[in-house]
Design a protein around this ligand. Structure first.
Ligand SMILES: Nc1ncnc2c1ncn2[C@@H]1O[C@H](COP(=O)(O)OP(=O)(O)O)[C@@H](O)[C@H]1O
Ligand SMILES: [Mg+2]
Length: 303
């Protein structure tokens, strides 16, 4: 920990000077709370240390804080102001402090709320059968395009020359939305600095989440901007088709589900399907860069 405290570029705050407001949620890497100070509201993420060797935890965290520092203040990602070391369950851990974004839910839940189950089939582009009920997905094209645009811009920002990071865990659950559908990208616990040439970097664990994670990350622990493009492609397929693959257990089963949903999009919204298919190419070199994806939407007058 001494080494972390000496080297981290993030500023240390004292959480005891903040007022605790409420608990917001619990994720895989920690619990999230709302705090305030001088009328400003912040989010505090208390990191979980279980499953980590002490040294590895701080080494990984040092890396994460360097990434956060490099990001600075971006439009479409949450902004981190600093950290504190706190006592939790008779153990010391780190709490990251970031801006509070008044979100109503994450994009994963938002998509699920627009999924309706009916007994009778009614002709609808994104209807499919599960067991003996039919799912009907209710999100209009204008809204899908708006969400797509903001999602692409968030990735463009972190992949830019100035920032140059790979998020590593792009998925709809790591996007939070407010009531006006503004969005922020969160959760940089799996992020890495991108290779100079934009190629793949060898890591020692699978960074992404099954279903969204690229084949190179899932099978070989290789990560690059192209891996984010794959996960973004899967997330967009989820937004457009309303289908999710939460219960699949291995890469191929998820991939089959993703391709099934993609075929549905190709049938209903061909232009969208064309670019999404390129984004989820199994070969990372064949996937388009984020700028190319955005240009495609502009050329087709979709944005
Ligand atoms: N800056 C923020 N503003 C508002 N809510 C947030 C913020 N950051 C996280 N949350 C809430 O906390 C949840 C978990 O955060 P996340 O960083 O994704 O944790 P994990 O790594 O455990 O998945 C999010 O789904 C969201 O509801
Ligand atoms: Mg998360």
């Amino acid at each position: 920990m001494e080494n972390f405290l000496k080297k981290t570029p993030l500023k240390r705050f004292h959480l005891k000077d903040f007022r605790y407001e409420c608990f917001l949620g619990k994720g895989a890497s920690g619990s999230v709370y709302k705090h305030s100070q001088n009328k400003e509201t912040y989010v505090v993420k208390v990191l979980r240390k279980d499953g980590w060797e002490e040294d590895d935890f701080y080494e990984d965290l040092l890396w994460q804080t360097e990434i956060i520092k490099q990001m600075g203040r971006l439009e479409q990602s949450v902004y981190f102001i600093g950290f504190d070391v706190i006592e939790k369950d008779n153990n010391e851990t780190v709490a990251l402090i970031m801006e509070y974004f008044e979100s109503t839910c994450d994009l994963y839940d938002y998509i699920n709320y627009r999924q309706f189950w009916t007994k009778s089939y009614d002709k609808h582009g994104y209807s499919y059968k599960r067991g003996n009920v039919y799912s009907k997905y209710m999100m209009d094209k204008k809204q899908k395009l708006q969400i797509t645009k903001r999602f692409l811009e968030a990735i463009e920002e972190i992949h830019s020359k100035r920032v140059g990071i790979v998020h590593g865990d792009i998925k709809t659950a790591n996007i939070i939305l407010d009531k006006d559908n503004r969005m922020k990208l969160i959760d940089f616990g799996a992020s890495i600095f991108s290779e100079e040439n934009g190629g793949l970097c060898k890591t020692d664990w699978n960074h992404g989440t099954l279903g969204y994670s690229s084949p190179e990350d899932t099978n070989h622990y290789l990560l690059g901007k192209g891996s984010d493009i794959y996960s973004l492609g899967v997330s967009l397929i989820e937004i457009w088709s309303g289908r999710i693959w939460g219960d699949a257990e291995d890469f191929q089963t998820c991939r089959n589900e993703v391709l099934r949903a993609l075929r549905m999009i190709e049938k209903n919204d061909k232009e969208i399907g064309t670019i999404l298919r390129k984004m989820v190419n199994v070969n990372s070199k064949k996937r388009p860069k984020i700028k190319t994806v955005i240009s495609y939407f502009k050329e087709k007058n979709l944005f």
